[in-house]
Design a protein. Structure first.
Length: 366
């Protein structure tokens, strides 16, 4: 007989509680003593295809934080692939620790863990992981994308991500202002890393007034000098006079504390999981009349790029053509949100789920 009380206790634990709530298929905990590698691979859903998602390396303050991150990120990948029309499932990996720990052995050991999953999970770059790291991983597994272009890969996916984010921002601007022109719009870009810096270039080119912030002062000064963007202290980014807030650093920056401070009409950025609490904060934005361009939809350019690589015979023009569709998809999601009076994130998730369910039935049919 099953002891339901014990089962309940287990279900309420940090891991099964979250997996049950978010609907994951598998969570893989990896450890390698000689290199000190501690990695967690989250496989959310593989109905549409193998779970593809980048590996993030971060100095998490606790294991719980890392697990929560990998679970939320891998779920986001499921929706991202589905809404972008890709035949991929959702997965993600996190490596716990200081990026300085990375070495050839460390990365190759991680590659072996990826290989052990037999193609169910395919990795790529994410925060603190670059194309060179992917090369080491590729020495141990073929289930890796984001290789340098000189090695036949798609190279750094960030420019395609930035392009898609820019298009999503334009689609959201169209909804908010009746025109998708960003000329003269005050846009605050939080985080000028790989994606943020390319996004700033698109915005400046279109004549937007761009404000930038980052935790690295030297980076800020360099980009400000190159582009003419105005530097803002990271502490004050939510308070400045802006039309559009573009989160391009880490997730959960749209929360109880920041929503009251943000005076913008549009939120559109590249960061994953921007809403700290998807339901609560999605609804708050809807009530406040702030147009929110769903993160997993508009930052899908990078996934689209690595998917092009995964299919073989990588062609950057084709990746950009596929990324072009982000504009129309974003317009239709924002229309659905308005028509049904539901948060845009919910409208996007529903659309993604509909595709997964429909394709799941196709796969089961004879
Ligand atoms: P990155 O590490 O190159 O850039 C992030 C930047 O944010 C860094 O410059 C960092 O210093 C800065 N930052 C960190 N904390 C900050 C804070 N509190 N305030 C201001 N700045 C801060 O990463 P990236 O590749 O540019 O990705 C940015 C975001 O977009 C991440 O959330 C990532 O998951 C997401 N994303 C990236 C891609 C891609 O193709 N690179 C694709 C999809 C989503």
């Amino acid at each position: 007989m099953v002891d339901t009380k014990t089962q309940e206790t287990v279900r309420e634990g940090a891991i099964y509680g979250q997996i049950t709530a978010l609907g994951h298929e598998q969570l893989v905990i990896c450890y390698d003593e000689p290199t000190g590698l501690k990695a967690i691979i989250g496989i959310h859903n593989t109905v549409l295809g193998p779970a593809l998602g980048g590996t993030r390396m971060w100095n998490y303050t606790s294991e719980e934080e890392a697990i929560t991150d990998v679970l939320r990120l891998s779920r986001g990948m499921t929706f991202k692939a589905a809404i972008s029309g890709l035949n991929l499932g959702g997965g993600k990996a996190v490596i716990i620790g200081d990026p300085k720990l990375k070495s050839e052995a460390f990365l190759r050991r991680f590659g072996r863990f990826v290989q052990s999953l037999g193609g169910k999970y395919i990795t790529a770059e994410d925060v603190n992981m670059g194309t060179q790291d992917m090369e080491f991983i590729a020495m141990e597994t073929k289930h890796v994308t984001g290789l340098p272009d000189v090695k036949g890969g798609g190279g750094d996916p960030s420019p395609v991500t930035a392009y898609g984010t820019y298009l999503g921002m334009k689609a959201a601007a169209k909804k908010a202002y009746g025109t998708d022109s960003l000329q003269g719009k005050k846009v605050a870009v939080q985080g000028i890393g790989q994606v943020g810096k390319y996004l700033v270039n698109h915005l400046i080119k279109e004549g937007a007034e761009v404000f930038i912030t980052d935790i690295f002062e030297d980076k800020l000064q360099k980009i400000a000098k190159e582009t003419g963007a105005t530097v803002v202290d990271p502490k004050f980014i939510y308070d400045i006079d802006m039309d559009i807030y573009a989160p391009c650093a880490l997730g959960a920056t749209v929360n109880d504390e920041t929503i009251d401070r943000l005076k913008c009409q549009v939120i559109a950025g590249a960061a994953n999981n921007q809403l700290k609490d998807e339901e609560k904060h999605g609804k708050l934005l809807l009530d406040k009349g702030i147009i929110y361009a769903p993160d997993f939809l508009i930052n899908a350019g990078g996934l689209i790029n690595v998917y092009a690589e995964y299919l073989g015979g990588y062609n950057r023009d084709l990746a950009y053509q596929q990324a072009d569709k982000i504009y129309d998809t974003c317009v239709s999601i924002l229309d659905k949100s308005e028509k049904e009076n539901i948060p845009a994130q919910q409208a996007a998730i529903e659309t993604a789920w509909n595709r997964i369910q429909a394709m799941g039935k196709v796969k089961l049919s004879h």
